[in-house]
Design a protein around this ligand. Structure first.
Ligand SMILES: [Zn+2]
Length: 108
């Protein structure tokens, strides 16, 4: 770890380098029996990436982000291997509902 990295991390992490970082963000619940599949596609090259509104904990193999671009919301998932895929885009209120359903294991 460089001194620059140390400067940006909370001080209590520095002496605990043998531990994984604490989980500050929500985890996605395991799929429920009625879990619905989302359609995931590779982001279109010129589609706006938008801004990130919420994200899941990066301790697992997949990180999900709720994003907003041009007034529409979508979910982006990034695999540890670098593969990035987006959901379709929804009106903001629908996108937030989809995000909550994802976190609760009703969508995947
Ligand atoms: Zn975590």
């Amino acid at each position: 770890m460089t001194s620059d990295e140390q400067g940006r991390k909370p001080t209590h992490w520095i002496s605990r380098s043998d531990r994984p970082p604490p989980c500050f963000s929500p985890h996605v619940s395991p799929p429920t029996p009625h879990c619905e599949p989302l359609v995931w596609t590779v982001p279109e090259r010129f589609a706006p990436a938008g801004r990130v509104l919420a994200w899941t904990c990066p301790c697992g193999d997949t990180v999900y982000e709720l994003r907003q671009a041009s007034g529409l919301r979508f979910i982006r998932r990034t695999r540890r291997n670098g593969r990035v895929e987006d959901s379709r885009r929804w009106a903001a209120v629908v996108g937030t509902a989809q995000w909550n359903a994802l976190l609760m294991g009703h969508l995947r």
